[in-house]
Write a protein that binds this ligand. Structure first.
Ligand code: ADQ
Length: 735
């Protein structure tokens, strides 16, 4: 694999400048740890903001900082105070964050924030593009950079782009609220691989892609015009051994080397061995459910007064986004609630809540994780939540209980925790009581399972699984490109065409010569298409045939005046130039009366869908129906029809947003062969876009130039991207 670069809002280092001396302090966070292993191993760069507003430093210092960063393979994106204010504190944290965490009432819809978001995303993309070479891979992180994948892909399509979202992806009903919802999806779809923490987020994303963009999705692949995008769940892990080893070391330290906090904790237990500690750790964020947690703790003390004086809640809140209004209000609310609980249940010897509003050194975190009997993790929404995993890794004696919100991504991996709904304070209070009374054997039993799982899928495994998938997607993409018509193939095609004496050219209509319309009757050919066909027809060596699933009437009207043949209804009828319509087969249609009522029930149940009747087929169209529902119904319909088709000698054709039931033994392949019979063509060309054209690709002689429109798997020898490319190709041939 070639180089892998990383892009994230922040670089994995912070910068300390004292007397013009620059010090780089490596970040110890989970993402930095996991990604460092990747970009170092694959000789890449890490592109991001170094954490200092560009207006705070002069040019000379800024250059020096960049040089120091370069030694660490970091590339800085310079952001001014205003840019940070509008893009980071603004659109990222006042618009996307509340939206993706279901806090619709907090969303700021200011277009100025959106514009800054686009502008700064472009700055990140431009910086990345300076570094990127074709063939490189880039892994972009998180909600601040949702537009970067597309910005990179559109400039350098040969770069493999990965994107991982660290926060939830909301349900479509919530996502659609945003005025810039399409732009965000489009931005993400620039990636070749998109990762989420859980399958639920992936599901929500698919639903938005389907409804907003109308793209087809099968299993975990999104098919867009010229590419396939893989979407998958990669639950992020932690550096398990780091936490485990640190916890083991801390207990082996002699008393004099223990931290002040650790000594305090030990003193607390010495006073009375039946004392218990509950731990709560988060950034101070409204998504973390901190007020609910305090209320639940108060309820617990009220309901179980025997625990008053014996149980303390240690509450750690890291200051976060302190300039955003809702965070300022939350801080006030939490301060007041802590005061209230302590006032109500405390006394001179007992403080129910120990509240720390600050960041803590790693060593202290470990001391807390390993000393507390219960971890209370109750976010109202959380992409993953690493605190729960860190607690598990630090429990070297394999005891301890986690009370866990079902709204955190991590809940999917921690079935052994005590699961709660974070809005149900009674349930949390009961769970606290349950956790404190849980026998040690049961605690161990649960903890062993949790530890095994969290250890196995640690942050390194997470990163390597994502990288492996990137390599896989690169392969899939290249297999899609394998048969794509490039200039070399085009030269050969031109050469064969020019030297041929007698040419047969089969052209499918919808999705090949022209794009799809919501109403099939609106898809008449435009002047450009007419001109291309006139050019082809005027060469006496060419026999041009439109081969389509459509009925006779529309094609005959649309192509009046053209010197071409028509094959319609997938080969039931044909009309040679200047002649009358004829049937290619002795088909029957007596089956229609038994199939029609089935299709009608599907029309009734699927608003927007309708039936088209052709001579030897019935077609259920669902292009105008709500896509997700229609797709489910399509499965259902195919299932229901399967039993009928054998009895009646029918075939089911699945086209683009249509299901067609037709008399068996008729298809475009058989029809095209009939046209070639005894004619000695020395050049055969066929182009089509859907399943029904595959018959043609399979039946035509091996030497034929068969061309598929789109990148799906095909029996055709070659592929082109779109209707536009078909028209370009035909124009080139005709010239
Ligand atoms: P966060 O919302 O920041 O991350 P989380 O995953 O819990 O949430 O990570 C918090 C980190 O901060 C933990 O590693 C923890 O140890 C550390 N921390 C917390 N309190 C601290 C304190 N007082 N002092 C020092 N360190 C402290 C976002 C998403 C999450 C997702 C992660 C990773 O919101 O859902 O799990 O990204 O993808």
């Amino acid at each position: 694999m070639n180089r892998i670069h990383i892009v994230s809002n922040r670089l994995p280092v912070s910068i300390n400048v004292e007397n013009e001396k620059i010090e780089l302090i490596p970040s110890v966070g989970g993402l930095a740890t996991g990604m460092r292993s990747v970009y170092k191993e694959y000789n890449g760069k890490w592109i991001g903001w170094p954490g200092l507003p560009s207006d705070d430093i002069d040019e000379k210092l800024s250059n020096n900082i960049d040089r120091e960063l370069e030694k660490e393979d970091c590339v800085s994106v310079h952001l001014s105070k205003e840019e940070i204010d509008l893009y980071y504190d603004g659109f990222s944290n006042r618009t996307i964050w509340p939206l993706f965490h279901y806090f619709a009432q907090y969303i700021d819809y200011d277009p100025e924030l959106w514009e800054a978001f686009v502008h700064v995303n472009q700055k990140f993309a431009d910086k990345a593009l300076e570094t990127l070479e074709e063939g490189d891979t880039i892994w972009i992180h998180d909600y601040q950079l949702l537009l970067v994948p597309e910005m990179i892909k559109s400039k350098k399509p040969g770069v493999t782009v990965g994107f991982f979202l660290h926060i939830p992806f909301p349900s479509f009903e919530v996502f659609r609220i945003l005025p810039w919802r399409k732009e965000l999806i489009q931005g993400m779809l620039g990636a070749d691989l998109i990762g989420f923490h859980t399958y639920d987020y992936q599901r929500h994303f698919f639903s938005s892609v389907r409804r907003l963009m109308g793209y087809e999705i099968s299993f975990n692949q999104i098919q867009i015009e010229d590419r396939v995008i893989i979407v998958d769940a990669f639950p992020m892990g932690i550096d398990y051994d780091k936490f485990k080893n640190a916890a083991t070391d801390i207990f082996q330290k002699p008393l004099q080397e223990k931290s002040e906090l650790h000594r305090e904790l030990e003193k607390y237990f010495l006073l009375s061995p039946d004392r218990k500690l509950i731990l709560s750790i988060d950034r101070l964020d409204y998504s973390k459910g901190i007020p609910n947690r305090l209320e639940a703790f108060a309820k617990f003390l009220e309901s179980y007064p025997e625990f008053v004086g014996k149980v303390t809640l240690i509450m750690l809140a890291v200051p976060s986004r302190g300039t955003v209004e809702h965070y300022i209000n939350l801080k006030k609310e939490v301060d007041e609630l802590v005061g209230k609980v302590n006032g109500q249940f405390g006394n001179i010897n007992y403080t129910p809540v120990w509240y720390f509003y600050r960041s803590m050194p790693f060593e202290n975190l470990i001391e807390l994780y390993s000393s507390c009997d219960v971890a209370l993790v109750t976010p109202v929404r959380d992409g993953m939540n690493l605190v729960a995993k860190e607690y598990v890794a630090s429990r070297t004696n394999r005891t301890g209980v986690i009370i866990l919100s079902e709204m955190a991504g991590v809940a999917k991996e921690m079935g052994e925790a005590l699961m709660i709904n974070p809005n149900n304070t009674n349930e949390i209070a009961e769970s606290i009581q349950h956790a404190l009374n849980m026998p040690l054997d049961e605690q161990r039993e649960r903890m062993i399972f949790l530890q095994d799982r969290i250890k196995r899928y640690d942050v390194f495994k997470w990163a390597s699984e994502f990288v492996k998938s990137l390599a896989k997607v690169e392969k899939i993409q290249s297999s899609f490109y394998a048969k794509k018509i490039n200039s070399k193939i085009m030269d050969k095609l031109n050469e064969t065409y020019k030297s041929a004496e007698k040419r047969s050219i089969f052209l499918d209509y919808d999705g090949t010569l022209t794009g799809f319309k919501k109403n099939p009757n609106d898809a008449s050919p435009n002047q450009e298409l007419h001109d291309i066909l006139y050019k082809l027809e005027e060469d006496p060596r060419n026999v041009v045939t439109i081969i389509s699933g459509r009925d006779r009437e529309s094609l005959e009207t649309w192509f009046e005046g053209h010197k071409i043949n028509l094959i319609v209804e997938h080969g039931v009828w044909y009309k040679k130039f200047g002649k009358e319509w004829k049937m290619l087969t002795n088909a029957v249609d007596t089956w229609k009366s038994s199939i029609q009522p089935i299709l009608e029930t599907f029309v009734d149940r699927t608003p927007g869908s309708f039936i088209e009747e052709k001579n030897y087929s019935l077609v259920w169209h669902f292009r105008k129906a709500e896509p997700e529902q229609a797709e489910l119904r399509a499965y259902e319909l195919k299932d229901e029809l399967t039993t009928m088709i054998a009895n009646h000698n029918l075939e089911i054709l699945e086209g683009n947003k249509v299901i067609e039931v037709k008399t068996g033994g008729i298809n475009k392949g058989i029809a095209a062969l009939q046209f070639l019979k005894n004619k000695n063509y020395d050049f055969v060309f066929a182009v089509g876009d859907d399943w029904t054209d595959e018959y043609m690709f399979r039946e035509l002689p091996e030497t034929a130039y068969t061309v598929k429109v789109g990148l799906k798997r095909t029996a055709a020898r070659y592929k082109v991207e779109s209707v536009k490319s078909v028209r370009k190709l035909l124009t080139e041939l005709a010239e």
